[in-house]
Design a binder for this molecule. Structure first.
Ligand SMILES: [Zn+2]
Length: 271
């Protein structure tokens, strides 16, 4: 069985001290590929450097995305956009993003978020790159922009999907892919997602940890540190498979094949 973590923030400072061990534990758990998330110009460059370092030692192990997270939307000027265009052409960058809207934490003004999201969707359409999308508490505005650009996008995944059945239907109607994290393991706030997960058809569903965030709350025993890591993708998968009435092997087969097709990954070679 092989798992693919389509969203791991491995260039995050919390992994700086033991990234080799973190990656080794995940590989032992069956994670065969990691897509390292880029969230700003500097973070995307760091994600690519990290992915290339591991990929050089183990071809096909890692790739990265390049984009401006909505929290940093106000930083997206012409220079940053040019840099993302360059990065998008670099070997190892498999998608643009994460980009999108976050009206929950509101770390950037809505106008800046909407402008940055539009600019990155335009770039993805022009460069024919898939997009890695983030949405929180902004469903209506998010859907409107994605709907406008969808005919021009080669692919789009709603990462860290936390919605319910209605949102799944809306996203499938737009032919989006859906990334599910350990949010699904949360007994307090994961109920809607737990009901929605069986509605995602094979070929649209991918798995991710969003590490170091979103430690699965169903882990037993609870790890001493609150840091999430890609080895726990297996716990996300366990819960998702159970909800869907699939065996872990069935889930691994279709979710990993979907990720390989979506990001253009081939075994032994990232791109
Ligand atoms: Zn996100």
């Amino acid at each position: 069985m092989e798992w693919i973590d389509i969203g791991a923030n491995l260039a995050h400072e919390s992994f700086a001290g033991d990234i080799e061990d973190v990656v080794a534990r995940a590989r032992d758990a069956g994670v065969g590929h990691f897509v390292v998330t880029g969230t700003s110009v500097a973070a995307s460059e760091a994600a690519l450097a990290l992915a290339r370092r591991f990929d050089a030692a183990s071809p096909g192990l890692m790739s990265a995305t390049a984009g401006m997270h909505p929290h940093h939307a106000a930083e997206l000027d012409a220079t940053a956009l040019d840099r993302f265009a360059e990065l998008a052409a670099a070997p190892g960058i498999v998608a643009l993003g994460e980009c999108g809207l976050d009206f929950y934490r509101n770390l950037a003004p809505h106008a800046a978020q909407l402008a940055a999201f539009r600019a990155q969707l335009e770039l993805a359409a022009r460069l024919r790159k898939p997009v890695f999308l983030h949405e929180r508490d902004a469903h209506v505005d998010f859907l409107a922009l994605v709907r406008e650009f969808r005919p021009h996008l080669v692919g789009a995944v709603a990462h860290c999907f936390t919605g319910g059945e209605a949102e799944v239907e809306a996203y499938l109607e737009l032919d989006l892919h859906i990334g599910v994290t350990g949010w699904v393991c949360d007994e307090r706030r994961g109920g809607a997602l737990q009901r929605a997960v069986p509605r995602i058809p094979p070929g649209r569903l991918m798995l991710e940890t969003d590490a170091p965030y979103l430690l699965p709350r169903s882990l037993k025993p609870k790890p001493a540190t609150r840091r999430n890591e890609p080895a726990w993708l297996v716990e996300v998968a366990r819960v998702v498979a159970e909800l869907r009435g699939e065996t872990p092997a069935e889930l691994a087969a279709h979710s990993s094949a979907t990720a390989r097709a979506f990001f253009g990954l081939t075994p032994g070679r990232s791109r």
